[in-house]
Design a protein around this ligand. Structure first.
Ligand code: CS2
Length: 491
């Protein structure tokens, strides 16, 4: 068999490939999802696929790609179908997911995103757009007028380009048409993510029309969620592997680990799919789960990304194969766990062990350089928040100081061997400007501590913290990153 994955080729796929246990064409869409990246395809789309198979309903997903047209071009000719390839230590399994109905490329079809948001059948709008896309100034709890999408959407609300502008205009149209609002479901790795999006959206809406902001307060629900599944960016190898399993080409395949977790606040006034069929957990308050995941998984990930990348480790699994770095991973997990409130039914020691195993998964090629991206957006919740807690509770600060020093070292843009790389941070320019006059470790640390909104003042005003970070950075600069890693484990 040759050709491309799609409704026509579905029946002829090899029997080992798991196929949707329902006819996708018999289900309408109830969800609009913004940001149809690999993570969405490996996570929420899979839960929805299981929910459709087991509980039915008009809960397929219409995706919106805000910038790129690639995923629309990959998925639409495949009738929305794609393979989710699970790669565990025990083997590899392929499953075709049928929950996505189509993808709208906003760059090509300007009217379609708002039409989807304002459609009567849309009951949930979910989002995975990465931390930087929202344009929310988290320290001040309002929108960042300097963010290009926010600036554009404040200037012209009727042709929104950004996420918040799109949500606002979609909701405004629904209100105008007498339709009930949709539930906004943020699935990005941000603390208290539902509430954060609500805060940004309300600020934007109030600037456009205070009465409209009041309507949002009264009627729109923003449940918070904790999402987890390690999903490397797909590569040519991913697509080749998909073709080996399917016997046909699939340009939207994703590869991911077997583990998956989704914890959601159950506040869906307009209804929701039975995601619990796929293993989602519904709770009243996601905050403690989110803190656990952000500080333990993501915080350790960021440490591994900076220290690992600078030590020449391409993948997270290579970091785990390095004795010294792996010890720093365990040290970081332990320190992060100590900053958390106890969570009923969860042993953070077991969670840490499970994370170390997941990081070491030899079948997953997750690049440290991928995780290193967007540090200024990630550090506040992953490293700065637990560091502040540790400082205020006289706990071990060194793991957090080490991770932050590694990020600072990374911000210099070259390895110990002199290899240059792009930072890939939305504040790359501000970082460059801050570092321009800084030539010693103290100056570099001060310049980066002064970037607005990354570190809380109570942390950077404390000499115990700044001293530790500066000393660690000094060691990295004088002797190199690998020796600094060795030194950190022998302490
Ligand atoms: C990673 C996350 O790229 C990153 O910053 O830490 O994408 C991580 O893989 C996921 O949150 C795992 O659920």
């Amino acid at each position: 068999m040759s050709g491309r994955l799609g409704v026509k080729t579905l029946a002829g796929l090899p029997s080992k490939v798991v196929r949707p246990a329902y006819d996708p064409a018999h289900h309408g869409a109830g969800i609009v999802h913004i940001g149809v990246g690999a993570f969405h395809r490996a996570h929420q789309a899979v839960y929805s696929d299981t929910a459709l198979a087991e509980a039915g309903g008009d809960w397929r997903i219409d995706g919106i790609s805000l910038r790129s047209t690639d995923i629309a071009d990959a998925l639409n000719p495949q009738d929305g179908l794609f393979a989710m390839i699970e790669r565990g230590e025990e083997g590899v399994a392929a499953r075709v997911i049928g929950s996505i109905r189509k993808v709208i490329a906003a760059a090509r079809d300007r009217e379609a995103p708002l039409a989807a948001l304002a459609a009567p059948e849309t009951r949930i709008v979910s989002l995975t757009v990465t931390e930087k896309a929202y344009g929310i100034d988290r320290a001040r709890g309002r929108v960042d007028e300097a963010h290009p999408a926010i600036a554009a959407d404040l200037a012209d609300r009727h042709a929104p380009q950004g996420v918040l502008g799109l949500l606002a205009e979609g909701l405004r149209l629904r209100r105008e048409r007498g339709l009930p609002p949709f539930t906004v479901l943020c699935c990005d790795n941000l603390p208290d993510n539902g509430n954060l999006v609500r805060t940004g959206l309300l600020d934007l809406a109030a600037r456009l029309d205070p009465a409209f902001a009041g309507w949002i307060i009264e009627t729109v629900s923003f449940p918070s969620t904790m999402v987890d599944r390690i999903t490397p960016a797909p590569t040519a190898d991913t697509l080749a592997e998909a073709e080996r399993h399917l016997g046909v080409r699939d340009l939207a395949a994703v590869e991911t680990e077997p583990f998956s977790q989704w914890v959601i606040e159950d506040r869906f006034p307009a209804g929701r799919p039975e995601w619990e069929r796929g293993g989602a957990i519904f709770v009243n308050d996601v905050a403690p789960y989110e803190a656990m995941k952000l500080r333990m998984l993501n915080g350790t990930h960021s440490m591994m990304a900076y220290a690992g990348f600078l030590s020449g480790r391409k993948y997270v699994r290579d970091v785990m194969a390095d004795r010294a770095l792996a010890r720093l991973v365990r040290r970081h997990l332990k320190a992060a766990a100590a900053t958390l409130a106890p969570l009923e039914g969860i042993d953070t020691g077991d969670y840490a062990e499970a994370l170390a195993r997941r990081f070491a998964n030899p079948a997953i090629a997750h690049e440290t350089y991928q995780i290193a991206m967007d540090g200024t957006e990630k550090l506040p919740q992953r490293l700065a928040a637990p560091a502040l807690y540790a400082l205020e509770h006289s706990q071990d600060l060194r793991p957090f100081a080490f991770a932050v020093a590694a990020w600072m070292r990374y911000c210099l843009g070259r390895t110990d061997d002199g290899m240059g790389y792009a930072l890939r941070d939305p504040r790359e320019e501000a970082i460059g400007a801050a570092l321009a006059g800084a030539d010693d470790p103290g100056g570099i640390a001060q310049a980066l501590f002064a970037l607005p909104g990354v570190f809380p003042p109570r942390l950077v005003d404390d000499p115990r913290w700044t001293g530790l970070v500066t000393d660690t950075l000094s060691g990295m600069l004088e002797k190199g990153v690998a020796p600094a890693v060795e030194k950190a484990v022998t302490r």
